[in-house]
Design a protein around this ligand. Sequence first.
Ligand code: ADP
Ligand code: ASP
Ligand code: MG
Length: 418
Amino acid sequence: MRVFKFGGASVKDAEGIKNVYSVLQTAGYEDVLLVVSAMGKTTNALELVIKNYFDKSAELQSSVQEVKKYHNEILLDLFEDENNPAFAAVNTQFADLEYFLAHNKSPNYNFVYDQIVSYGELISTTVLSHFMTHMGIKTQWLDVRNFVKTDSNYRDAEVDWDLTKKNISKNVKGKILNITQGFLGSDENNFTTTLGREGSDYTAAIFAYCLNAESVTIWKDVPGVMNADPRYFENASLLNQISYREAIELAFYGATVIHPKTLQPLQKKEIPLYVKSFINPLLPGTSVAKGADLEPYLPCFIVKRNQLLISLSSIDFSFIMEEHISEIFGLFHQFKLKVNLIQNSAISFSVCVEDKFGNFKDVNAILSKKFKVDFTENVTLYTIRHFDEKAAHTVEENKTVILKQVSRETMQIVTKES
Ligand code: ADP
Ligand code: ASP
Ligand code: MG
């Protein structure tokens, strides 16, 4: 079996969904499992619904209506006949969502988040599978929550591999186009869980691993994995092939084209990963495989904006010892600050972190009792894999460099835009 993943950008409107059909015509759809994300920016729109729900905002109803309207317009563009069962199926999904909003009693934000945000994928796959059926492709819609089992760590659930393997190998049948949701799972009480934002690539890898799939293809709005995000670098070039190792490194440092958790299950079973353009499905794209040399060999750039550079020094000139470091990291972990770079000297310790949840104030209050804390907000972290002088110059030009770290293959530069 082959696993194909279609992300939000590929199904953002009726044209996109029709294009998925034409990609399938080109790439084949027999013995294929499609893993599909929510349409366009639906996950963000549902996050607004969640916020309004918790804020008890008067905007709650209108934010739900927005999501409904968006999907309804897509349905109207796809099916001339409003009696097509797709309309009723999507209505049922929205009715379930509204029932949840009206009856939920749980105050647990993360739990509620997952129960609501999951409708993005449930609805997108409902639309897509009705459309494929409409176009004459024999399709089976699978509720991923019957397959991917996780713990109850809502919003960032951990996969229970044994159960998941059992479910998938027993119940996913080939010879037909299977369509399922990315990003979602369910816990032991069958409540919906999610695997972390952008987690649909990971879902594709989970299925591929459990099915011993022939390959995974993730279809993107870019020609493949490039040596930089083409949104920020004008001269980004396509990488024809890279190794799992290189892909893991790029994803780890923040190349958002592949979700970092995707590579490990694939690498374990040496299942090749193709990253291809859904606009030009005949182009070869990037192939990620074992030991594949980076080709062409180019410096690769990764940009992370909105970082926070924190420098801690000891108040009394004592060394920053292991126990301090483990305490500092414990705090970062507890407050969900993601550490992207570390630099250590005798009496000072610097880290570049991402404070996604706005917790730094609390962390700072605790740290300030023991250390002198300096910090710079809104810095940018550049990572250059396979750097050379020219590549470093491209990054440093017209910027104030406040920290630089060099290892054999990788240079990291923290800048303040000037
Ligand atoms: P999806 O629709 O699957 O969710 P994403 O938007 O998450 O797709 O990922 C595709 C985007 O990743 C591209 O539009 C591109 O801007 C960005 N991107 C970041 N780094 C790279 C890179 N090294 N190569 C290609 N694209 C990249
Ligand atoms: N829809 C989810 C998100 O936007 C998962 C994904 O697209 O991969 O984060
Ligand atoms: Mg995405």
